[in-house]
Ligand binder design. Structure first.
Ligand code: ATP
Ligand code: MG
Length: 389
């Protein structure tokens, strides 16, 4: 018989009456993300979702994919077998043989969903435990603090044997947290910020500002690559690429140099706000972090969010760079993020950027610009790229 995948639900189970809709969302996310590994039947029983191969499937591929699906807190592979003590014992002996050889102590824990099975769960655990103890005499039984727990589940169709579950992605199923527009640069931070909001169940739309010819084709490819690397966590993504050259050149021509970056960031927020409203998204996401650069002081954040009435979610706000880098490595975006291509933020950077801007003054400086025309032209010339794994 083929192995199946057991997914344990995390916080999802705490959601009271919403629980069913969380489960349904999670199951549909699992179906979509596992379909490229073969045909699987996905169903739930008692805060576990079962992912069962129907015919030839790449179970390892599906298992690895499930580890990146938010809403699953722990995951295990289990082997089904016939429902009798000897077969269950033999299955455990071979399937969990390596783990048994490495452990110093173990116990067997049984669950019996099929009440017609002749043994109670305690009797079953004792019998299989006794047989395993004879087969691996150096491993002692310890029902309180075992190094290894062998799990047996008796269900209608079969018995299932598995070892301890591995921890998985956690969080909430994507789609349960609403929709937001995430500002994706080519840096280290914004992919991590996107990951963190996706983990809270937010479905993301990506926006990127490009300033050709100041930013290259390679810089654009890098951002699309980052989006692609996020898809195992976030699901398929659409990246809206907005031409930003005219805006930056106009700012340089008309505004004081020490305010270049701030005014540019206000345009990013305006454009993201427009896109969000078109797509019915309810928030913006950025990779900003307090004090990291001149445009990320409290005063500067106030100035940049002044142009939108949507909540600006900044999940990295209180994190150290090292923590962000560790997460970037964990999610798999770090190596791409450090490729040396210019972002539009690094062209026209002021020598002495303003760190304590005043919002009224900045509004005044922007009077020199045709804000409406610039944003409308940038939005009209946008490009849309869909990425998937
Ligand atoms: P990152 O590593 O994410 O680039 P950063 O520390 O370099 O962040 P900034 O360059 O000031 O900081 O950008 C702050 C945030 O603004 C980014 O995290 C991102 O959300 C957004 N942002 C910056 N540049 C762009 C861009 N070219 N396109 C889209 N969003 C951007
Ligand atoms: Mg940057």
């Amino acid at each position: 018989m083929q192995e199946i995948i057991l997914c344990k639900l995390g916080e999802v189970v705490l959601k009271g009456l919403n629980r069913r809709s969380f489960e349904m969302k999670l199951m549909s996310n699992i179906r979509r993300r596992t379909q490229r590994f073969g045909k699987f039947k996905v169903y739930s029983r008692q805060s576990t979702i079962y992912v069962e191969p129907m015919g030839a499937c790449d179970v390892t591929g599906a298992y690895e994919a499930c580890k990146q699906i938010f809403g699953i807190i722990a995951i295990a592979r289990a082997l089904p077998c016939e429902k009798n003590v000897m077969t269950i014992f033999r299955t455990a002996r071979t399937y969990l043989g390596d783990a048994m050889r490495q452990a110093r102590s173990f116990k067997v824990e049984s669950k019996r969903a099929d009440k017609t099975f002749p043994l109670g769960s305690i009797q079953l655990s004792q019998q299989v435990g006794g047989l395993l103890n004879e087969a691996f005499p150096h491993v002692k039984v310890d029902v309180h603090h075992p190094e290894l727990t062998v799990y047996i589940e008796i269900r209608e169709d079969a018995a299932y044997v598995h070892g301890p579950a591995e921890s998985a992605a956690g969080g909430l199923p994507i789609g349960m947290g609403g929709q937001a527009v995430s500002l994706l640069s080519g840096g280290i931070d914004s992919p991590v910020a996107s990951y963190m909001m996706a983990k809270r169940g937010v479905q993301l739309e990506m926006i990127h500002f490009a300033s050709p010819p100041y930013t290259s084709r390679m810089a654009r490819e890098k951002v699309l690559q980052l989006a692609r690397e996020l898809t195992p966590w976030c699901g398929r993504l659409t990246v809206y690429i907005i031409p930003f050259t005219e805006i930056q050149e106009e700012i340089r021509r008309n505004c004081p140099e020490d305010h270049f970056t701030l005014i540019m960031r206000r345009f990013m927020m305006r454009l993201a706000d427009r896109l969000a409203k078109e797509l019915h998204c309810k928030a913006l996401v950025t990779g900003e972090c307090l004090g990291q650069v001149a445009s990320q002081t409290m005063q500067a954040l106030r100035v940049s969010e002044d142009v939108t009435d949507l909540p600006v979610l900044r999940p990295l706000i209180g994190m150290d760079k090292e923590e962000i880098v560790r997460l970037a490595r964990h999610i798999g975006t770090f190596d791409t993020s450090i490729l040396p291509y210019e972002d539009c933020c690094t062209v026209f950077t002021p020598r002495h950027p303003k760190t304590k801007p005043v919002v009224e003054e900045v509004r005044e400086m922007e009077q020199a610009l045709d804000i409406e025309g610039l944003t409308a032209r940038a939005m009209a010339a946008r490009e849309m790229v869909k990425v998937k794994l």
